[in-house]
Design a protein around this ligand. Structure first.
Ligand code: ZN
Length: 179
C-alpha cells in the first residue's frame, strides 16, 4: 500500500522526496487499515456473545451514536449520527454493543443507504425483535468539498421493519425520541 500511496503522490504532481511527505505513505497505510478494520471484524460473533434473555416489552433506543465512514465512490469521509431502536421479543443485546456494531459496519467502504440497512439486518436476524428502526444523519465530504451540493447539507436515511413499519404510532414515538 505504501508504494501505491507514493505513486498517487507522484501522479498528483508532488515531490515524494520532500521532508513533509517522507512518512506520508506509511501514515496513510496505517490510517486506511484503521478506517477499514470493520472488514476484519465479525458482527455476528459480537452480537452472539452479547445477547441475553430478558422480558422487556418497550422500545430500546440507542441514539446519537457517532459514525465515521468512508464513501465507496470517492474514499472520502461521511460522518454524523446513527439512531438504532428495536422492540425486543425476549432477547436483548448489551447497549454498548449496539454502538460497536454500528462501528463495525461504518469502518468499511460504504454508501450511507447500505450502512443503514446492514445495521438493521444484523439486529433483525440475530435478535428477532418485533421491529427494528435505524436512522442515520450524515454529512458527506465528497459532496461538500467538491461543491456539488449545498455545504452543510445532511443526508438522512432510514430502514424500518416490523412494528416500526406497520404501526404509525410506534414509528412516531421513535421519530419524536430522536428529534
Ligand atoms: Zn462519495
Amino acid at each position: 500500500m505504501e508504494n501505491l500511496i507514493r505513486g498517487l503522490l507522484l501522479e498528483i504532481g508532488e515531490n515524494v522526496e520532500r521532508e513533509g511527505l517522507a512518512k506520508t505513505p506509511v501514515r496513510v497505510k496505517e490510517m486506511y487499515q484503521f478506517l477499514t478494520k470493520g472488514y476484519r471484524e465479525d458482527p455476528k460473533a459480537l452480537i452472539n456473545e452479547a445477547i441475553y434473555e430478558q422480558k422487556y416489552d418497550e422500545m430500546i433506543l440507542v441514539k446519537d451514536i457517532q459514525i465515521f465512514s468512508l464513501c465507496e465512490h470517492h474514499l472520502m469521509p461521511f460522518f454524523g449520527k446513527a439512531h438504532v431502536a428495536y422492540l425486543p421479543n425476549g432477547k436483548i443485546i448489551g447497549l454498548s454493543k449496539v454502538a460497536r456494531l454500528v462501528d463495525m459496519f461504518a469502518r468499511r467502504l460504504q454508501v450511507q443507504e447500505r450502512l443503514t440497512v446492514e445495521i438493521a439486518q444484523i439486529i433483525q436476524e440475530n435478535l428477532e425483535p418485533k421491529g427494528v428502526a435505524v436512522v442515520i444523519e450524515a454529512q458527506h465530504l465528497c459532496m461538500q468539498m467538491r461543491g456539488v451540493e449545498k455545504q452543510g447539507s445532511t443526508v438522512i436515511t432510514s430502514e424500518m421493519s416490523g412494528r416500526f413499519r406497520a404501526d404509525p404510532r410506534t414509528r412516531e414515538e421513535f421519530m419524536s425520541l430522536i428529534r
